[in-house]
Design a protein around this ligand. Structure first.
Ligand code: PMP
Length: 406
């Protein structure tokens, strides 16, 4: 069991006030807060060994390179990648998906091909595929979902054929919380020769990730949803697929030799890492991974799920005019809902006035909102540092809002 009070003390922002109230931060699916070890690591890098990586023959460059590559090692272990070379640093999930769409996609998708996503995808797992589909004359097809917010597996099976080149699905939905059965999706997709990309933005910090066991072809995520800095993330890929893929961005670092007669490319992972990377945030991300490892992902998830169950029960029993959007059996700690006759934006504003931060709107999932005939929802998403008392405050605030709109 995690000592939540002790853990909270590692996060300076949690003792601040917003609008005259102690901050209650329930917007963790958008980005979570950072423990001090992470923010300290940024200053330590800039004040202590700021230097470019992989280049200099001097002590600072050596230290920066060592710390930078140590993050890759930690990620390898975190997801059980066979090799560190299969871990490619990116700006985040969005860049990871764009990288795969623009390299693997452009090289392998041809006219008449199909790209399968699900109805609950984030825009970042729809738009890059639409762009490549438009260029190639291919189509993007969404897997339908039930009213509860679960993928209809039989429909997915019916969509599979040798025209499908890639299935790109979210592991856990940011808007509903649904955990998708990706093992089964991967197995079925492979039967028709399709590759599978898993969007792990909402899963990497909450669910066990073993890329070898999953047998996914690509896995992408963002550090800022894992207690790490923004502008940082990674792409994992199977070695043979990554080796066969053309590079993404061209520039320094990604080359072996350059001449005006032609250029040869670097080996993995550098082939996909053009230019000076985001060194400070990469180094600091190591501290975030160590933070998760210190408390244990299962313990973190257990607390988050206890909060979700508590909040779900309270919302259902104490606010009858609330309707939960996303009632899958397996969920991460996301509670999305609407309240009859009150706009989600008004609820968000009034919660904010009481220091309670939630997300409102479409959550970058407009096709999903259209599936429910909604413009948006209110989304409370819980992290390990949240408390049951904070949930009580949230429910009390919602009750007052409902009364005001009476
Ligand atoms: N996919 C999902 C499921 C997400 O929740 C997010 C972030 N909200 C993204 C993709 C995009 O991540 P980023 O903005 O960090 O690139």
């Amino acid at each position: 069991m995690i000592d939540v009070e002790q853990l909270r003390s590692e996060f300076p922002i949690l003792s601040t006030e917003v609008n005259g109230h102690p901050l209650v931060y329930f917007d963790n699916a958008a980005t979570n807060q950072k423990p001090k070890v992470v923010t300290d690591a940024l200053t330590e890098y800039y004040d202590g060994y700021n230097s470019n990586v992989h280049r200099g023959a001097h002590a600072l460059a050596d230290k920066a390179t060592q710390e930078f590559e140590r993050t890759r090692e930690l990620i390898k272990d975190f997801i059980n990648s066979p090799k560190t070379e299969q871990v490619i640093f990116t700006k985040g999930t969005t860049e990871g998906i764009n990288l795969v769409a623009n390299t693997f996609g452009r090289a392998n998708i041809t006219e008449g091909d199909e790209i399968i996503v699900s109805t609950m995808e984030h825009h970042s797992n729809i738009v890059p595929w639409q762009m490549i589909a438009q260029e190639k004359g291919a189509v993007v097809r969404p897997i339908p979902i039930t009213d509860e917010g679960e993928i209809i597996f039989e429909e997915f099976e019916k969509m599979l054929s040798d025209k499908v080149k890639i299935v790109s699905v979210v592991h856990a939905s940011n808007a509903l919380g649904t955990i998708n059965p990706i093992e089964k999706i991967i197995e079925k997709a492979h039967e028709v020769g399709a590759k599978v990309l898993v969007d792990g933005a909402q899963s990497a910090a909450h669910l066990p990730i073993d890329v070898q066991q999953l047998n996914c072809d690509f896995f992408v995520t963002s550090a800022h949803k894992m207690f790490g800095p923004t502008g940082m993330g990674f792409l994992y890929g199977k070695e043979d697929i990554l080796n066969d893929m053309p590079p993404f961005l061209g520039g320094g670092e990604m080359i072996k030799e350059v001449s005006f007669d032609g250029t040869t490319f670097n080996t993995l992972p550098y082939k996909f890492e053009a230019g000076t990377p985001n060194i400070a945030d990469t180094v600091a991300f190591a501290k975030a991974l160590e933070f998760i490892n210190k408390y244990g992902k299962e313990n973190i998830a257990a607390h988050e799920i206890a909060l979700l169950e508590y909040a779900t029960e309270k919302l259902t029993s104490e606010i009858p005019s609330a309707k939960i959007i996303g009632q899958a059996k397996n969920k991460v700690s996301v509670l999305s809902f609407v309240i009859e006759n009150i706009h989600n934006y008004d609820i968000g504003m009034m919660l904010d006035a009481r220091g309670i931060a939630v997300r409102t709107g479409h959550h970058c999932t407009q096709p999903l909102m259209a599936r429910y005939n909604l413009e948006g929802t209110v989304r409370a998403s819980f992290s390990v540092y949240n408390t049951f008392e904070e949930v009580d405050k949230f429910i009390e605030a919602l009750k007052r809002i409902v009364k005001m709109f009476g």
